[in-house]
Design a protein around this ligand. Structure first.
Ligand SMILES: [Zn+2]
Length: 68
């Protein structure tokens, strides 16, 4: 079966653990022994994902005043 709409996250398997990893913002779930738990947490993250970091306006670094 094919899904045209892929979620922005994927489940990474690391040994016996499954970790949800967001491709959009880089979020990662705690390592879970249950694939279903990691998947559920990743799904929940998808609802609150803040989006790609580049979309967040970074405040310019404050300039250090030149002290003579
Ligand atoms: Zn995310």
């Amino acid at each position: 079966m094919q899904q045209s709409a892929q979620p922005p996250w994927e489940i990474v398997e690391r040994g016996v653990f499954a970790i949800g990893s967001c491709r959009v913002c880089g979020w990662q779930s705690p390592a879970r022994r249950a694939y279903s738990t990691a998947r559920r947490e990743a799904t929940e993250h998808g609802d609150v994902c803040p989006g790609p970091p580049s979309a967040i306006e970074l405040a310019p670094a404050p300039q250090t005043p030149a002290v003579p």
